[in-house]
Design a protein around this ligand. Structure first.
Ligand SMILES: Cc1cc2nc3c(=O)[nH]c(=O)nc-3n(C[C@H](O)[C@H](O)[C@H](O)COP(=O)(O)OP(=O)(O)OC[C@H]3O[C@@H](n4cnc5c(N)ncnc54)[C@H](O)[C@@H]3O)c2cc1C
Length: 395
């Protein structure tokens, strides 16, 4: 695998694969590739799962995905979740607890009706619930709520445990994960990757996986490749621990509109739409916002209060809870809601596996498998919809 990599580079450490990024995507890939390669090094500039993968919700939503290819991809990943704890030999608090999208006002009904009609046509088990059925399912909701959609196949997982479980399983299979190490350069010779340079030394390799999430564009820039991935900031409020308040994962139709409609069609200035989940230990995760502000972590109080106001309007009981901390994360946004899993154009041996936006937790299992298929040259139809060229074609 590594012939020629050392030419001119002296006595350099050599490895089969370097994975850049130890988030949920990089660790999932490391876990799958560990079955295929002897020597794999993961380079992570901070902690395992310490960036976006630690500043997010816990939902594995199927019903929120656009019908067609996005929904097919999500289903493939959701199926892999069923055996994942067994494969990883660790609990990741996976539960198929169902998911609900609240329809707060009647004006959102036409959008939601047509959305779930196409979901059903694609074989998804989504029901439209009226006000009474919605309140029976979520007694904490305000009685002004108009209705909801419900999917029993939606699930949840603890994202912090997930990255760690992928990493631990990869380490057991021989992967070397180096934290607090930063990739600063990628060397290419005659169109082929030859070496990854970090702040702690050089590693010769012919295969590099760019799994740097919202930072993937700056990694690609190192070899003059432009990636259409930019950070989209999201904020989550975390409450004190309380007994069970909600059932399953909750979004609102405003969130779906914020996710799928064009900017002109959106109503909220910060892309605010409720996302609500409760951790095993009882903390509520109340989101969320969607803003393009680069990597700026300074959030205005207006955003926090808008999120809280919106959530309390739907579930007034939340107003009695104390917020103990907040999380700010950067979704790796591509513009079409899908990641890029492809070889970089003109750079043999550089694979991009990034751009999962608000679905990286849901799509982590399938991403590992797709990268494994890609590097083995195995045909997988799902890869066809994730190529970088879809942006060049303007589709
Ligand atoms: C508010 C919010 C809510 C969300 N809710 C959900 C949800 O409910 N369900 C869901 O499926 N998804 C959700 N997401 C999306 C999900 O969190 C992301 O898609 C996912 O975490 C992306 O993982 P990643 O591994 O690609 O990126 P990251 O976790 O950011 O990992 C990339 C890693 O690359 C490292 N890195 C970068 N540059 C370098 C370098 N030069 N050298 C070495 N290492 C480097 C970084 O330190 C980082 O750890 C949410 C996101 C946000 C922000």
């Amino acid at each position: 695998m590594n012939e020629n990599v050392n030419k001119g580079d002296g006595h350099m450490e050599t490895t089969d694969v370097v994975i850049i990024g130890g988030g949920v995507i990089g660790t999932s890939i490391a876990f799958r590739l560990a079955k295929l390669f002897k020597k794999i090094v993961v380079i992570e500039k901070g902690e395992v799962g310490g960036q976006t993968s630690a500043s997010c919700d816990k939902a594995i939503f199927l019903q929120s995905k656009r019908p067609g290819f996005p929904s097919k991809l999500a289903k493939a990943s959701s199926n892999m979740y069923r055996n994942l704890e067994e494969e990883l030999d660790m609990s990741v608090e996976y539960k198929q607890s169902g998911g609900m999208i609240v329809i707060e006002s009647e004006s959102h009904l036409p959008f939601m009706e047509s959305f779930i009609k196409s979901q059903r046509m694609a074989g998804m088990d989504v029901k439209l619930l009226d006000k009474e059925e919605t309140l029976r399912q979520q007694p904490c909701f305000s009685s002004h709520v108009f209705g909801s959609t419900y999917c029993k196949d939606d699930a949840e997982v603890n994202p912090l445990l997930l990255s760690q479980a992928f990493a631990d399983a990869a380490i057991r299979d021989g992967v070397d994960i180096r934290t607090h190490t930063e990739v600063i350069r990628i060397k290419v010779r005659k169109g082929k990757v030859t070496c990854v340079e970090t702040n702690k030394g050089k590693i010769a390799t012919n295969l590099v996986i760019n799994a740097a999430g919202p930072f993937a564009s700056s990694i690609a820039k190192m070899v003059n490749v432009d990636l259409p991935i930019k950070p989209r900031r999201g904020v989550i409020l975390i409450t004190e621990k309380v007994g069970p308040i909600i059932n399953g994962s909750i979004l609102c139709s405003q969130y779906l509109a914020a996710k799928h409609l064009t900017p002109e069609e959106k109503l909220s200035p910060f892309g605010i739409g409720l996302s609500l989940g409760q951790t095993e230990s009882g903390n509520l995760l109340i989101g969320g916002s969607r803003e393009f502000v680069g990597f700026n972590k300074k959030v205005s109080t207006e955003v926090f209060s808008e999120i809280a106001r919106h959530a309390c309007r739907i579930a007034p009981v939340l107003g009695n809870l104390r917020i103990i901390r907040t999380m700010v994360g950067f979704r790796p946004f591509t513009g079409d809601g899908l990641p890029i899993i492809d070889e970089a154009p003109g750079v043999q041996g550089l694979i991009i596996a990034a751009g999962h936006e608000g679905d990286g937790i849901a799509l982590a299992p399938i991403t590992g498998k797709l990268v494994a298929d890609l590097v083995q040259g195995k045909k997988n139809n799902l890869l066809d919809g994730l190529k970088l060229e879809r942006f060049a074609l303007g589709s």
